[in-house]
Design a protein around this ligand. Structure first.
Ligand SMILES: [Zn+2]
Length: 246
């Protein structure tokens, strides 16, 4: 091939490559891509739920300097309370039922194998000392309704309501990578003096667990009804440990 025809072909190839990478992925296109990314309304009529107690084992998560409690213990306690609230109407699968470490990618794999319709990951927060109140993180379109319900229910249970961030769309491994609708809840700030003391009270954790369970029940009963318009679909790659926090 002559040098000029080689350059012409190279130029043609680069046009193809550039146009491929800049083409938006079709939202109406392949059903499989579409579903894998969660670009669909939220689920209803489901009976199997997976509850993930955040952290565990060597990963303690946040620690309260006011009560010395560790996030990993509080999340496990709360996950068990949620299960108790949902059974026997729902089959509840716990990601962990004791103090063991499970890698985040392994949590994603277990959620995908579980047969659960939704995954709710339970955490407690840490941040600036004036920050308090529950927060809820979601990414997928099919997780918006449940996330909205979870945030509303936890805010009602919390005396300070929705004081800091509230409902947040953020791509992290447990909101983007599972193949099922998935939501991450932060029950309150262990870095906030009075909220940390509140969270240390089993009665308050029971209140939060009841709120979370009722949000799941409502989602199963009526789907996304009343949770507002669906957010726009976003074709983002799976979240990796090296990603910057968004
Ligand atoms: Zn956490």
């Amino acid at each position: 091939m002559s040098q000029s025809s080689f350059i012409t072909r190279l130029a043609a190839l680069s046009v193809v490559l550039t146009s491929c990478t800049t083409l938006p992925l079709p939202f109406q296109g392949k059903a499989s891509t579409h579903d894998a990314l969660g670009h669909r309304p939220g689920p209803s009529g489901f009976k199997v739920v997976m509850i993930d107690a955040g952290h565990g084992g060597k990963d303690s998560g946040a620690m309260s300097r006011f009560t010395a409690q560790k996030e990993k213990d509080l999340t496990l306690d709360t996950a068990k309370r949620i299960r108790q609230q949902l059974e026997p109407d729902f089959k509840v699968i716990l990601m962990r039922s004791n103090d063991t470490f499970i890698d985040l990618d392994e949590r994603v794999a277990r959620a995908n194998r579980s047969g659960a319709a939704v995954l709710v990951s339970v955490h407690y927060n840490s941040g600036p000392s004036n920050c308090c109140g529950p927060e809820t993180y979601y990414w997928r379109v099919d997780s918006h309704g449940l996330a909205t319900r979870l945030q509303q229910a936890m805010s009602r249970a919390c005396p300070t309501g929705n004081s800091c961030r509230g409902l947040v769309r953020r791509r992290v491994r447990l909101t983007r990578n599972p193949a099922i609708p998935c939501v991450l809840v932060e029950g309150g700030y262990l870095s906030h003096a009075s909220e940390s003391r509140r969270v240390s009270d089993p009665n308050y954790r029971q209140k939060l667990a009841t709120a979370i369970a009722s949000a799941i029940r409502t989602q199963s009963a009526i789907g996304d009804a009343g949770t507002g318009p669906l957010p726009r679909p976003i074709n983002a790659p799976p979240s990796r440990p090296t990603d910057p926090r968004q």
